[in-house]
Design a protein around this ligand. Structure first.
Ligand SMILES: Cc1cc2nc3c(=O)[nH]c(=O)nc-3n(C[C@H](O)[C@H](O)[C@H](O)COP(=O)(O)O)c2cc1C
Length: 197
């Protein structure tokens, strides 16, 4: 059966946050272009330093076999077996410089992450799921996509509708069924400064 891994939270966060998770099993259902545009629009409305909007997205539908294959080839072996079933693969790029004078933008990866989070939450609201992947070959990606030096691949995304855990090989099946967990707030939230031992 398909896993629904809603977050078990200690405090009452909105359902959208509870319902987003990172599956590896996807159905064969494609994403339609309007829905995909909605996801990118959601990304566009993320905040960014100086409203620079440093994010860029390159995507391919699974049916666009050659273009999809080109992106899939850039993934590391730990992601390739399950990511080949995604409806859409996206490369998330971040522009390192800002403005007309190409000044360094210290916030390029931060802000691109915010845009990605917006995209994932919008997706969750539409019953679409995304899985962020840092496991890709940087040099291969730069080469395959002919990227200019100031556009850095930040992550890849697998997008689609959640499938059945049973369709996955191990170790992915077990990971798909494993419970989700988070650090307790006491480990990462500090009132009035860090603890002094
Ligand atoms: C920057 C980044 C890189 C990640 N890289 C990978 C990856 O290469 N392969 C993978 O299976 N999951 C990857 N993940 C997914 C995380 O493992 C996942 O988000 C985390 O375990 C929490 O699970 P959840 O998203 O279901 O809450 C990545 C997530 C992020 C944000």
């Amino acid at each position: 059966m398909s896993a629904h891994k809603h977050a078990q939270t200690h405090y009452p966060v909105v359902d959208l946050i509870k319902h987003r998770w990172s599956p590896r099993a996807f159905t064969s259902q494609p994403l339609n272009d309007d829905d995909l545009r909605t996801l990118f629009e959601a990304a566009a409305w993320a905040p960014s330093a100086m409203n620079e909007q440093p994010w860029r997205f390159i995507y391919a539908h699974r049916e666009q076999t050659e273009a999809f294959q080109k992106l899939w080839n850039c993934l590391l072996p730990g992601n390739q077996p399950w990511a080949r079933h995604a409806a859409v693969l996206v490369v998330v790029l971040a522009r390192k410089t800002m403005g007309a004078n190409d000044a360094p933008n210290r916030h390029y990866l931060h802000d691109t992450g915010l845009a990605t989070a917006n995209l994932l939450l919008q997706a969750a609201s539409m019953g679409i799921h995304g899985h962020v992947m840092g496991g890709f070959d940087m040099a291969k990606t730069q080469q395959a996509l002919h990227l200019p030096a100031d556009l850095e691949p930040a992550t890849f995304l697998a997008l689609g509708y959640v499938g059945e855990a049973e369709q996955l090989e191990e170790p992915f099946r077990s990971r798909e069924l494993a419970p989700r967990s988070r650090k307790p707030l006491s480990e990462f939230v500090f009132e009035n400064g860090l603890p002094t031992e």
